[in-house]
Design a protein around this ligand. Structure first.
Ligand code: C2R
Length: 164
């Protein structure tokens, strides 16, 4: 059963959205992934959003570019948390970002940075970790790994500066 659904407005978004897929694979969390467009396939979007909770989906990650209405429209059709990923567009993604982040009161979409698909997956994992200790532990390890990487950078920088 997929706990996370990753959807995107077009296959052209996959280059960005595969970042979320990779994180979920790394954490061994089941996910479903599909192209769903509010504009181009409104009936499919309706069916997807209305059926997600009953299928066992707990969090939805929705990526779209340009007039990026998909995350907000999906959020309007479900009570599941929706995380929006603004995809880079002809306007560098500013249009996507504003379309996703400026939701009216009552219909929240948690919006990550332009192209921030990895963070969308990490946020979804944090949501799941509230009731899943295994994921919580993996997130702690991930955090420790990041800290080690930054400490290594710190040592490396000292070395570089000393040798200049
Ligand atoms: N923003 C939306 C929606 C939607 O919000 O329903 N459906 C497609 N799109 C976006 O159109 C862009 C160009 O799509 P094409 O590359 O297929 O022309 C994509 O970034 C997609 O997310």
């Amino acid at each position: 059963m997929a706990s996370v659904a990753i959807i995107m407005g077009s296959i052209s978004d996959y280059e960005t959205m595969k970042g979320a897929e990779q994180v979920l694979k790394e954490f061994e969390v089941d996910y479903e992934i599909d192209v769903v467009s509010a504009h181009r396939t409104p009936d499919k979007m309706f069916e997807f959003a209305k059926g997600a909770k009953d299928r066992g989906v707990k969090v939805i990650i929705a990526g779209a570019g340009g007039a990026a209405h998909l995350p907000g429209m999906v959020a309007s059709l479900t009570t599941l948390p929706v995380i929006g990923v603004p995809v880079v567009s002809k306007l560098q993604g500013l249009d996507s970002l504003l379309s996703i982040v400026q939701m009216p009161k009552g219909v929240p979409v948690a919006t990550v940075a332009v192209g921030g698909a990895e963070n969308a997956a990490l946020l979804a994992l944090r949501m799941l970790s509230i009731s899943d200790e295994k994921i919580a532990q993996k997130l702690s390890k991930y955090k420790e790994g990041m800290e080690k990487e930054v400490n290594a950078m710190s040592l490396k920088l000292k070395e570089v500066c000393e040798n200049e």
